[in-house]
Design a protein around this ligand. Structure first.
Ligand SMILES: Cc1cc2nc3c(=O)[nH]c(=O)nc-3n(C[C@H](O)[C@H](O)[C@H](O)COP(=O)(O)OP(=O)(O)OC[C@H]3O[C@@H](n4cnc5c(N)ncnc54)[C@H](O)[C@@H]3O)c2cc1C
Length: 584
C-alpha cells in the first residue's frame, strides 16, 4: 500500500498530460559513419541486445534505382537487407547478415500512390507510410478495409510480417489479404542485368503472390503494393468495460457480430473491454478520431518516471504496487474512452463515429512539432522510458476457448500475479480470417498480444516472470499458436516450421526460385523462419532465448529456479523461491 498514492499520482499525471500534444519524432533506425552503418529497432534494443551492422546503405527513390541497387549487390554477391523509415519489427528481421552487407532503404521510395477508382485499387511505392496511404485513399473518397492498429509502418514492411487489425468479415483483418498485386525486385543473371522486376497479380500469379505477400523480406525487395479498396465508410465504436465472466463463451459471437470488434482482457482485474465496432454509412454524422492512449505522446519526464516506478516495483517485488498501477490505468482508459475523441479533441461519450481512416489506426506520438521537444513515444529509447516484451500469438479458432480457461485457472490461483500484464494493455484479442498466404493463417484465427516488463540488463529476472513464461509456452506449445512474424521473443518461433505444414515448403520453393543465392537471408531471418532453438546458456530463459531445463538457465543466484508450470505442467519456467534464496 505504501506505493499506492505515489503510483496513482504518477500514472494520473502521465495520463492527463498526454492529451493532444505532438512530439519529438522517433530517431531514424539506421545511422552511418566512416566505419559503417548500425540498424536499430524502434525500441532501440534487439531481442539479443546486440547491435546490428552493415557496410553501407542506399536510398533509391524510383523503381529503376531500386532495381539497380539489387543488381549492384547481386553482381558482387553481397548480402542485402531492406530497411524502412520505421523499423518497427521487434525480432531481428531487419538485420542483415555480416557487417559487409548492404542495406536498401525504402524511406525515400515513397512518392507514388495511384488510385484506380474503377478497379477499386490503390498502388503505392513500398516505402509509403500507412498514414500517407490512408489519407490519400480517403481524400479520393475510398477506404482501406483493414490495417494494423499502429500507423508507424510502411506498406512494404507491414505486409512483410503479416500485420493485421481485427476482422473476420470481407477480406478479413490481415492487410496481405487485401493485396491484389505486388511488384518485387529480385536478383537475376548477367543477361538480365543482375536484377529484374517481377509483377504479380491476384488470379494470375497466385503461387508466387501467396509467397510474396508475407515474406519477411527474404524473397527480394517489394517495390509496389496494390491493395483492394472500397467506397469510403465510417465506423461506430463503443467500448463496454465489463466483467470477464463467460469471456470464453462470448468471444466467438463477438468476433462474428462486430465487423471490427476486438476484446481487451485484463485478467487480474477480472475485466473485459468489448469493442463494439461496426461500419456506418459515410453520411452518418461524426468526425471521431481514434487516438489510442498507448500511442499518444508522453512527456519524456513522465515516461522516465513511470519506468523508474516500474523498476522500483520490480526491485521490491511489489505485486500490490503493480495492481494499483493496473487499476489506475484501467480507470483512466475508461474515463477517456481509451483515446477515442468524438470531435477530434475530446471524448464526450459513445458511440464515437468517424471515418475509417481516422479510426482504423493511430500513432500521434510519431509526429513532430517545432515547439514541443519534451514529449515522445513512451518507448523512445533515447529517453529511458518504457521497455517491455511483446508476445503475439495466433490461435486456431477451435483452441482459443481452452486457452482462456487455462489463463483463468492460472489467474484464480493468485490474480495479483497478472497485474504486470494489465499495467500495459492486458491481453488484446483480435480476429483474423483464413488466408491463402503461405506464411499467413490457413484458417480463421484469434490473435492475442500482451506486453510485460523487460529489465535493463539481460540477467535480471522479473517479478512473476514464471506466469508470463507459462502463458507464453501455453500459447505456442500447448495450443500450437503461431507467432506473429514481426513480434515475439525467440521462444515464440521454436518449431514454427512444423506449424505451417506443407505451406512452409511451398514458401521455401518460391524462396529458392527467387533468391537462389540467399542474398536476402541472414542468420537472423533463418532463426525466425526456421525456429531453431540454438545452444542454451546460463540465464537464457530470462530473455526468452530458451525454455529452461536446468536451474542455470534461470538465475539461481537471484532465487529463480527452473520449475514446472502451475496449470500447464509441461511448461518449464523460471520461478522465484524466497526459501531457496535464504538458504543460499
Ligand atoms: C507500437 C507497435 C504497434 C504495432 N501494432 C501492430 C498491430 O496492431 N498489428 C500488427 O499486426 N502488427 C503491429 N505491429 C508490428 C508491425 O506492424 C510490424 O513489425 C511491421 O512489419 C513493421 O513495419 P515497418 O515498416 O516498420 O517494417 P520494418 O520493421 O522496417 O521491416 C519489417 C520486415 O519487412 C522487411 N521489409 C520492409 N520493407 C520491405 C520491402 N519493401 N520489401 C521487402 N521486405 C521489406 C524488412 O526487411 C523486415 O524483414 C506493431 C509494432 C509496434 C512497434
Amino acid at each position: 500500500m505504501r506505493f499506492s498514492h505515489t503510483i496513482s499520482l504518477s500514472i494520473f499525471c502521465l495520463l492527463v498530460t498526454i492529451s493532444t500534444v505532438r512530439s519529438v519524432p522517433p530517431q531514424p533506425p539506421v545511422r552511418c559513419d566512416q566505419t559503417g552503418c548500425t540498424v536499430s529497432s524502434a525500441y532501440g534494443t534487439w531481442p539479443d541486445r546486440k547491435t546490428c551492422k552493415a557496410a553501407n546503405i542506399t536510398y533509391p527513390t524510383t523503381e529503376e534505382e531500386l532495381r539497380k541497387a539489387v543488381a549492384y549487390a547481386s553482381e558482387r554477391n553481397l548480402k542485402v537487407k531492406t530497411v524502412t523509415k520505421f523499423s518497427h519489427t521487434i525480432p531481428k528481421l531487419a538485420c542483415p547478415s555480416g557487417s559487409d552487407a548492404m542495406l536498401i532503404s525504402t524511406s525515400k521510395y515513397n512518392s507514388v500512390i495511384e488510385i484506380e477508382p474503377d478497379r477499386l485499387t490503390v498502388t503505392a511505392d513500398s516505402g509509403v507510410s500507412l498514414r500517407e496511404l490512408i489519407d490519400k485513399v480517403e481524400a479520393a473518397g475510398f477506404s482501406i478495409g483493414t490495417s494494423p492498429y499502429w500507423e508507424g509502418v510502411s506498406i512494404g514492411g507491414l505486409i512483410s510480417t503479416g500485420s493485421h487489425g481485427s476482422s473476420w468479415s470481407g477480406r478479413g483483418g490481415s492487410v496481405h489479404d487485401h493485396v491484389v498485386g505486388i511488384s518485387l525486385v529480385v536478383p537475376a543473371n548477367s543477361s538480365e542485368r543482375y536484377a529484374k522486376v517481377i509483377r504479380l497479380e491476384e488470379g494470375r500469379d497466385d503461387k508466387l503472390l501467396n509467397a510474396v505477400k508475407v515474406s519477411l523480406g527474404v524473397l527480394g525487395v517489394i517495390s509496389k503494393v496494390k491493395l483492394s479498396i472500397e467506397k469510403a465508410f465510417k465506423r461506430s465504436i463503443t467500448y463496454n468495460f465489463t466483467s470477464d465472466v463467460a469471456l470464453e463463451e462470448i468471444f466467438m459471437e463477438h468476433g462474428k457480430r462486430f465487423e471490427f470488434g476486438d476484446i481487451t482482457w485484463y485478467p487480474s482485474r477480472k475485466t473485459a473491454v468489448y469493442r463494439y465496432d461496426v461500419r456506418s454509412p459515410v453520411n452518418v454524422s461524426g468526425n471521431g478520431v481514434n487516438d489510442f492512449i498507448g500511442f499518444q505522446s508522453n512527456p519524456i519526464l513522465i515516461s522516465k518516471g513511470v519506468r523508474a516506478l516500474e523498476k522500483s516495483l520490480e526491485a521490491s517485488k511489489s505485486e500490490s504496487g503493480k495492481c494499483t498501477t493496473a487499476d489506475t490505468t484501467l480507470a483512466y482508459k475508461k474515463l477517456t474512452g481509451n483515446g477515442l475523441k468524438n470531435n477530434g479533441l475530446l471524448f464526450t461519450g459513445y458511440p464515437v463515429i468517424g471515418n475509417q481512416g481516422k479510426i482504423q489506426t493511430s500513432g500521434s506520438c510519431l509526429y513532430s512539432s517545432s515547439f514541443r521537444i519534451d514529449v515522445s513515444c513512451s518507448w523512445d529509447p533515447r529517453y529511458n522510458g518504457l521497455f517491455f516484451y511483446e508476445t503475439t500469438a495466433i490461435f486456431p479458432l477451435p483452441r482459443f476457448r481452452d486457452f482462456i480457461l487455462d489463463v483463468k485457472k492460472l489467474r484464480d490461483m493468485k490474480p495479483e500475479r497478472l497485474c504486470g500484464i494489465d499495467i500495459y494493455n492486458g491481453i488484446l484479442i483480435r480476429f483474423i480470417k483464413g488466408s491463402k498466404a503461405y506464411l499467413g493463417q490457413g484458417e480463421d484465427s484469434v490473435v492475442i498480444d500482451f506486453n510485460y516488463y523487460r529489465a535493463d540488463d539481460a540477467l535480471t529476472p522479473r517479478l512473476n516472470q514464471d506466469v508470463m513464461e507459462e502463458m507464453e509456452q501455453m500459447t505456442f506449445l500447448k495450443y500450437g499458436a503461431k507467432p506473429h512474424w514481426g513480434k515475439n521473443r525467440k521462444v515464440g518461433f521454436f518449431g514454427v516450421k512444423q506449424k505451417y505444414g506443407p505451406n512452409f515448403d511451398k514458401f521455401l520453393e518460391v524462396k529458392n526460385k527467387l533468391d537462389p543465392k540467399m542474398m536476402f537471408s541472414s542468420e537472423w531471418s533463418d532463426e525466425i523462419l526456421f525456429g531453431r532453438e540454438g545452444l542454451k546458456y546460463d540465464g537464457c530463459a530470462l530473455e526468452g532465448n530458451c525454455v529452461c531445463s536446468e536451474d542455470r538457465h534461470c538465475s539461481p543466484s537471484k532465487g529463480y529456479f527452473c520449475r514446472q508450470g502451475l496449470v500447464y505442467t509441461q511448461a518449464r519456467v523460471c520461478r522465484f523461491s524466497s526459501a531457496k534464496v535464504s538458504m543460499a
